[in-house]
Design a protein around this ligand. Structure first.
Ligand code: HEM
Length: 438
């Protein structure tokens, strides 16, 4: 089994000065990893007075995220500084008793039974939209999948209130906020004192709060919808409900959009994978739209998405602060150290995968050996793993199965995209593709 190896950022050789590392980090968090990191057990660095420990070994990953999760419960202050003005104490950045109180209700709400119908409706609308496009039409993939992910999530979370206009508005507002906290914006945020950093993003945050409040209000009355369920959780206030809605949207939007865009890109790069997908869809669905019950019958579609998440993990770096002095896989960890577990590195580590930079969906077929334990973690691991995991894979499968039955996307001439990352990974800023009816 072989597969294409899509481009990835240049990996420097040997040690580089911390100043150079910081300059790379301000461009993209994927650029900081040198060649050696993809072979090694990790590294320890002192950066601007903080001990930074990168853990690559599976047993270290297990200890930081699972068995010692209590010692590594806190997320870095830098992350909170960027996200708290937007999501307050929303689940993604909540800590301690606040996090423990919120997690069960939010996790239960995202497992609500209504969504598959909502997903199928959005998928059908995108199919109908693409049917109106002439043969060979240009599609800007990254923007299209952002719009699509926003619609899927809004409809799933807010029901009919989250229609196309509302979701387009939210996607626009989210992009404006992201612009303020990534790249050079991130450096500015981190350099400013707390109050000024908050002020810098207050306009964007206020607009998002307003838009989300309106959507939450519309969705509360819908039976069996996530927001209605969450609203009924004991002790849930209006402010908390908004924070949870934003936390779900903020986490879900970029990650889902990134997964969908990367999946279409990899399909266009791999005629073999594309043919396998088309064969499965023809055999299992025979031209009819997929339903929630079909998900279990589409292992090729699932494998394609799981391999996409391996090569392009939407959350490429997980960070935790050590609350107390401890030891991880035999390495002493002083209190206050920043522990880093990087899915981007672990998913492409030479000791954990065969031909790690190649796209080989067959790795995730039911008859293939399971990945090594703690070597595959696109949704994180342990008590803080993603609450949207199941829902995300189902949404992406239904969307892809609906659209790929009728359409394929071709790459247009030009260099292939090299991914970049701030808090989330981006395949490209823009990626023009050509739409073809099958
Ligand atoms: C491809 C899609 C997605 C990926 C790869 C992904 C990945 C992740 C990862 C890696 C974490 C753990 C972060 C950490 O440990 O620091 C996480 C947490 C979280 N995700 Fe996702 N996510 C995705 C989609 C979604 C969606 C669709 C939602 C909501 C509808 C969502 C909501 C959340 C929330 C609320 C948390 C915080 C959980 C907690 O701290 O208890 N995610 N996600």
């Amino acid at each position: 089994m072989t597969g294409p190896a899509p481009p990835f950022p240049t990996r420097h050789k040997g040690q580089i000065p911390v100043t150079e590392l910081l300059a790379k980090a301000s461009r993209s968090l994927l650029d900081v990893w040198g060649e050696e990191m993809f072979h090694s057990r990790g590294t320890v660095l002192d950066v601007l007075g903080q001990r930074l420990m990168v853990f690559n070994r599976p047993e270290a990953v297990e200890q930081v995220l699972v068995t010692q999760a209590d010692s590594f419960a806190a997320k870095p202050a830098q992350l909170r500084k960027c996200l708290a003005p937007l999501m307050g104490e929303g689940l993604f950045i909540a800590e301690g008793a606040g996090w423990r109180g919120r997690r069960p209700a939010t996790a239960a709400a995202t497992a609500c039974p209504a969504p598959p119908r909502a997903i199928a409706a959005v998928a059908a609308e995108w199919r109908d939209l693409w049917r109106t496009r002439p043969a060979g039409a240009r599609i800007e993939l990254v923007g299209a999948m952002e719009a699509c992910a926003a619609e899927l999530l809004c409809r799933m979370l807010f029901g009919a209130a989250g229609g196309r206009v509302a979701s387009a508005e939210l996607a626009r507002l989210a992009a404006a906020y992201r612009g303020k906290i990534s790249g050079k914006g991130l450096i500015t945020m981190l350099a400013l004192p707390e109050s000024l950093a908050r002020m810098r993003v207050s306009g964007e945050a206020r607009r998002i709060h307003g838009a989300v409040d309106r959507l939450v209000e519309g969705a509360r009355r819908l039976p069996d919808h996530p927001m209605a369920r969450l609203a009924e959780a004991p002790g849930m206030t209006k402010a908390m409900l908004r924070q949870e809605a934003i936390s779900l949207l903020a986490m879900g939007l970029d990650a889902l959009a990134g997964l969908l865009a990367a999946a279409w890109f990899l399909l266009a790069l791999s005629p073999k994978a594309e043919a396998g997908l088309h064969a499965e869809l023809a055999e299992q669905l025979g031209g009819r739209p997929p339903e929630a019950e079909d998900i279990a019958r589409l292992p090729v579609t699932r494998a394609l998405l799981l391999e996409t998440l391996r090569l392009y993990p939407p959350v490429p770096l997980l960070m935790r602060v050590a609350a107390r002095e401890t030891e991880v896989a035999g390495v002493p960890v002083p209190a206050g150290s920043l522990a880093c577990v990087a899915p981007w590195v672990i998913h492409r580590h030479q000791a954990l995968w065969d031909a790690p930079d190649e796209f080989r969906p067959a790795r995730f077929m039911p008859d293939a050996p399971a990945p090594k334990p703690f070597a595959y973690l696109p949704f994180g691991l342990g008590p803080r793993h993603c609450v949207g995991k199941e829902m995300t894979v189902n949404m992406a499968m239904l969307l892809l199965a609906t659209l790929a039955q009728e359409f394929r996307l071709h790459l247009t001439p030009g260099p292939l995209p090299v991914p970049q990352a701030g808090l989330t990974l981006r395949l490209a800023e823009r990626l023009p593709m050509r739409l073809e009816r099958r």
